[in-house]
Each structure stands twice: as structure tokens, then as C-alpha cells.
Design a protein around this ligand. Structure first.
Ligand code: F6P
Length: 454
């Protein structure tokens, strides 16, 4: 059988396997990687120059190979093109997009450097699975160096229609780079359709059904929604409720309902709108004052990118406003923290929450929505309030779906969730739970690898 080679910008350190991890990507893949797999990517370290040789580590039969990024490469590739051009663009935030030619050159240069380091470790019949927007040009860079085996790419974030993509100066180069893969995967049918439209418009190749026909090859495009280890997360959540940590949380609530949100501190997640929605709940439905607290965990992220610094300042101010306005001496409406919380603790917090508030302005999938559902007690489940613009909404029509741009809609959804009868909560949760147990991380991996092997 062909060896699987995974390439992603972030590589989980071997010792952290199965433990806390920030990105959904790493968590989903960790449950799948078999002994013998090679996992290659950035070490997370920034040094004077980008390494030309990998640092190797082993863990449970998996080989991890990582390289450091030089400071200039980090600025142009990670802070620059990946997170200041592509990230805002692919989340429909053209106003936040910053483009510089030298950043795009740095992006190509790092992909070429990754290909240089990876190539000597490859065997002819390896199957390579590349992840996410940082590494779109990697297949072309490997092909240019003579690799002829199968290479697949999966985009974890949204894709955009041609009228949005055209704002990116190197739109054509990017589309052509995607056409160097054998399989390209997207989270939803919508992203897949947008990709095919863009391929038609920008790549210069013909599109035939779900395939792009390049010079002598066919690129197959698929929709393959990512999932979680639903049974595992559900078990962790159930176990976690007996811990001292969760007991302390319950004590602090003193019988009040908990609404919870947890994600990276990122402008795609709709945090200011959500804060305003919560303030409107307390304003328009004053009977909920003292009866509910919102715990917002917004783990600091990409702190070298200016827009993230600005967002943090804005949230500090908004959190202060809300608490100044509504707090009473023995009740704080908004508990806002920017630290990360361990997965096991998070699972327990989700389980005791009455509301899971997941309202990104745009999101590839959003695994927090899936984790919240898996964590609930089916006998007395909490309610998921979900943005229509998260990929998860395509599978979750039994969530309370909202337009995250409308704080009043968020307030009304919270009011409805707080008053929702048990039978309705149970019925909605049962449907969501089926979806989460059906589309798991293992299924996601199998579907992609089967498509790549075909
Ligand atoms: O979900 C998109 C993603 O970029 C993942 O690839 C990554 O693990 C996560 O967000 C965290 O972001 P970063 O790697 O920039 O810290």
C-alpha cells in the first residue's frame, strides 16, 4: 500500500498527540494517521533563515519532519500573503485584504523551499495530502522538481466566487497552482461550486463536470466535509463533568444558564457582532438579566497581523462596555478570556452550557459547532445557535440558524433558546447528533484518501 504523506503548515508535536491542540485540522487528522505516515510542515519557530534540512521526530510510528521559517519568510509568507491577503479574501473581507507583490513572492519562495526539503524524503509511490491555503503552490513546486506521484489538496477555509477572487492580483496563478493537484477538496458544495466557477474563469483550462481538464491530466474537485471524533469527544465531555474544574464553574454560575463561545480571536468569527447581540438580549429581554452568563473564550491568534491587534482592542472595549453597563455586584454578564482552554475542560464546559453560540461571519466548516453537539447530554441538551455562513450550516438545519450580521437576530435566537421547551431541545439535538456521528473525522479522511487513490 502507498505511504501517506501529510503536509500542513502547522504540525502537531509528537508528544502532544491526542492532547490539547488549537487547530481543528490537526485534531481531525491525528485520529487518522497510521504508523508509517510522514507528516511534514513548519515547526512553528522563526529563526534567522528558513531551514534547508528537516528536523525529524517520531511518535507512535509516525515520522514528523519540520522546518523553521526565516524571519523574512515568516513576514511575507505567513503574516503577509497567507494571513493578510488570502485569509481575508477567502473569508469575503476584501476591505481587510492587503496585497504586496513581495509577499506573494515570499509565499511562492517558501512553498519552493518546502518542496526542496520534502522531495528527498519522498518515494515514488507516496500519496501526498496537502492541507490549507498556506500551501496551494506546493504541488506545482514538487512537480517542477520531478515528483510524478499523486498529490491531493484540501482547503479548510471557504472558497469565493469569481467576483471576489478577481480582486486578488495573482488569482490566475493561484488557480493554475490548484490545477497541479490530482484531487482538490472543499468543505461544502457551495465552496466546490465556487471553485469550479473560478477555474472556468481564471485557470485557462476547460471544466468538465466536477473536473478541470489540464494539459493531459484531470483534476477532480470534491466536497468532503470535515468532522470530529464524535464518540471520543462525547466521552471526554461526559467524564469531564465530574471534575473539580467543572464543579467550580457550576458553583460560580449559582444556577444561572451558561452560554458559551470558543474560538481563535479572529475577525472571521463575528465576535463584535456577537457581543452586541448579547447586549441586545439583555436590553430587549431584561428578564434574562442575572439569569444567563456568556463565557467567551477567544484564544489569541496571529498576533503579528495588524488586524488581529485591532480586533483585540475593540473586543477589550466592547467587553468593558457590556460589563460596565449590565453587571451587578454579584453577577457579571460577560466572562471574556483570551487564553486557550484545554480540550478536556472545554468539552465539560460545552456539556453544561445551555447555549452554544457559534456565529462566524464566514467559516470553512467550524468544528466547535460539531464539538458542542457531541458534548451535550441527550437527555437535557443545550441549544446550538449557528451562523448560516459557517460550512457546518449545510449539515445542521436543526440548529437555530442566524444571520451573524444582525445582532437583533442573535438576541432573539438566544431568547428563544433560553425559553425552548425540553422536547424541542431534545428533537433538535437528536438530529444534530446523528449528523455529527455520521460525518466524522475518520469518514472525512477516508473519503479524501479514497478519491486520491482512485
Ligand atoms: O482553520 C484554518 C487554520 O489556518 C488552520 O490551518 C490552523 O491550524 C488554524 O487555522 C490556526 O491558525 P494558525 O496556524 O495561523 O495559528
Amino acid at each position: 500500500m502507498a505511504r501517506l504523506v501529510i503536509v500542513s503548515n502547522r504540525v502537531p508535536p509528537p508528544r502532544a498527540r491526542g492532547a490539547a491542540s488549537a487547530g481543528g485540522l490537526a485534531v481531525a487528522l491525528q485520529s487518522f494517521v497510521a504508523p508509517g505516515t510522514l507528516w511534514f510542515g513548519w515547526s512553528g519557530r522563526v529563526t534567522e533563515r528558513t531551514s534547508s534540512k528537516p528536523r525529524m521526530a517520531e511518535g507512535q510510528g509516525v515520522t514528523y519532519a519540520t522546518v523553521d521559517l526565516g524571519a523574512e519568510d515568516y513576514d511575507r509568507f505567513y503574516v503577509g500573503f497567507a494571513n493578510s491577503s488570502l485569509w481575508p479574501l477567502l473569508h469575503f473581507r476584501l476591505g481587510l485584504m492587503r496585497y504586496r507583490r513581495e509577499d506573494f513572492e515570499g509565499y511562492l519562495a517558501v512553498n519552493a523551499a518546502f518542496a526542496e526539503v520534502l522531495l528527498p524524503m519522498l518515494r515514488e509511490d507516496d500519496m501526498i495530502w496537502v492541507h490549507d491555503y498556506h500551501l496551494i503552490p506546493l504541488a506545482a513546486a514538487l512537480r517542477a522538481r520531478g515528483f510524478t506521484g499523486r498529490i491531493g489538496f484540501f482547503l479548510h477555509i471557504p472558497f469565493v466566487p469569481p467576483s471576489v477572487l478577481e480582486a486578488l492580483p495573482p488569482a490566475r496563478e493561484l488557480l493554475q497552482a490548484l490545477c497541479a493537484y490530482d484531487v482538490v477538496g472543499f468543505q461544502t458544495q457551495t465552496h466546490l461550486a465556487d471553485f469550479l466557477d473560478c477555474a472556468h474563469r481564471f485557470s485557462g483550462f476547460a471544466v468538465d463536470g466536477d473536473e478541470v481538464v489540464t494539459d493531459g491530466r484531470r483534476v477532480r474537485a470534491i466536497a468532503d466535509p470535515i468532522g470530529i471524533d464524535a464518540a471520543g469527544f462525547s466521552r471526554i465531555a461526559a467524564r469531564s463533568t465530574g471534575t473539580a474544574y467543572i464543579q467550580r464553574m457550576k458553583d460560580s454560575l449559582a444556577g444561572r444558564a451558561l452560554a458559551i463561545s470558543a474560538e481563535r480571536l479572529d475577525y472571521s468569527k463575528g465576535l463584535p457582532n456577537r457581543f452586541e447581540g448579547f447586549a441586545r438580549l439583555l436590553d430587549r429581554f431584561p428578564q434574562q438579566q442575572r439569569r444567563v452568563s456568556l463565557l467567551q473564550i477567544a484564544a489569541r491568534s496571529r498576533e503579528d497581523v495588524e488586524e488581529y491587534q485591532a480586533l483585540r482592542r475593540e473586543l477589550d472595549r466592547l467587553a468593558g462596555d457590556i460589563n460596565g453597563r449590565f453587571s451587578q455586584f454579584d453577577w457579571v454578564p460577560l466572562r471574556y478570556m483570551t487564553q486557550t482552554v484545554e480540550r478536556t475542560k472545554l468539552a465539560g464546559l460545552f456539556r453544561i452550557a445551555r447555549i452554544g453560540l457559534v456565529t462566524p461571519l464566514r467559516d470553512g466548516m467550524n468544528l466547535v459547532a460539531k464539538e458542542f453537539v457531541a458534548a451535550q447530554d441527550p437527555a437535557d441538551p443545550g441549544v446550538l445557535i449557528l451562523s448560516r455562513f459557517a460550512g457546518a450550516a449545510e449539515e445542521f438545519d436543526q440548529a437555530v440558524l442566524v444571520n451573524p450580521y444582525d445582532p437583533d437576530e442573535i438576541a432573539e435566537a438566544m431568547q428563544a433558546a433560553l425559553e425552548m421547551p425540553l422536547e424541542e431541545r431534545q428533537a433538535r439535538h437528536a438530529a444534530l447528533r446523528r449528523a455529527v456521528f455520521d460525518v466524522t473525522a475518520a469518514r472525512y479522511c477516508n473519503v479524501f484518501v479514497d478519491a486520491l487513490a482512485a
